[in-house]
Write a new protein. Structure first.
Length: 230
């Protein structure tokens, strides 16, 4: 019905990946991990502690690299971007081809390639889910694998694997690596149902920085086509 949704926005899968990535950054902020009574840190220990950490977290700013491998075309791309989140429902995701902002009330999506700005009232159906919503809704939609086993660890860090509970999900799995030295996310891999793979590498993350309101305002070039659905 709304033709511009196809023009201004990437495929729906991208928005789902944005939801997952924002949650990944939040779940695994620096954690004071408490080993289980069995003397081992389990995947469930990591997740439980992350929920507690969220209550004390005001926000974050992260620099990341996204590498996408398209199975059908056997091609790959790489881009760098930033994600900023403030706990009072303020969110900003910026890549060279896309800017997404939630200012607490409205959702703004700008595409430099098409020269379009889409504005709508933010809601759960807007296609962008904030980290706090993912954190509370994780158990309803995703299953953490091997919850009571000692968390797997390799040269990158602790590895956690999540699989969707919905058999018709667009995703096959999400795998996250956590640096055991600083308890920061180092890498996340999203495998979708079509065999495509997106790798997110967290290059830098800053917790509880000063995040002024100006970060969550949109400035677009003159001549931009604005589609206001408010």
């Amino acid at each position: 019905m709304y033709w511009w949704r196809k023009t201004i926005l990437p495929a729906k899968t991208l928005w789902n990946k944005v939801r997952i990535l924002s949650a990944v950054l939040l779940w695994l902020s620096p954690l004071a991990l408490v080993p289980s009574t069995a003397g081992k840190t389990t995947a469930q220990d990591v997740l439980d502690q992350a929920r507690k950490t969220f209550d004390a977290l005001f926000g974050f700013r992260a620099e990341l690299t996204e590498s996408f491998r398209w199975q059908l075309a056997e091609t790959s791309t790489e881009s760098r971007g930033t994600m900023t989140y403030r706990k009072d429902d303020h969110f900003r995701l910026e890549f060279p081809t896309q800017l997404v902002i939630v200012d607490g009330k409205y959702l703004w999506r700008y595409s430099p390639d098409t020269g379009q700005l889409l504005i709508e009232t933010y809601s759960d159906d807007s296609g962008v889910i904030l980290p706090k919503q993912l954190l509370t809704g994780l158990s309803a939609h995703w299953e953490l694998q091997n919850t009571q086993d000692a968390a797997a660890r390799d040269s990158v860090g602790y590895k956690l694997e999540l699989t969707p509970k919905d058999q018709n999900s667009a995703f096959r799995r999400v795998t996250v690596w956590v640096d055991p030295a600083k308890w920061l996310v180092r890498q996340a891999i999203v495998d979708d149902a079509q065999g495509n793979q997106t790798i997110y590498r967290i290059d830098r993350i800053e917790l509880n920085p000063v995040l002024p309101d100006s970060l969550f305002k949109v400035t677009v070039p003159e001549g931009t086509e604005t589609i206001d659905l408010r």
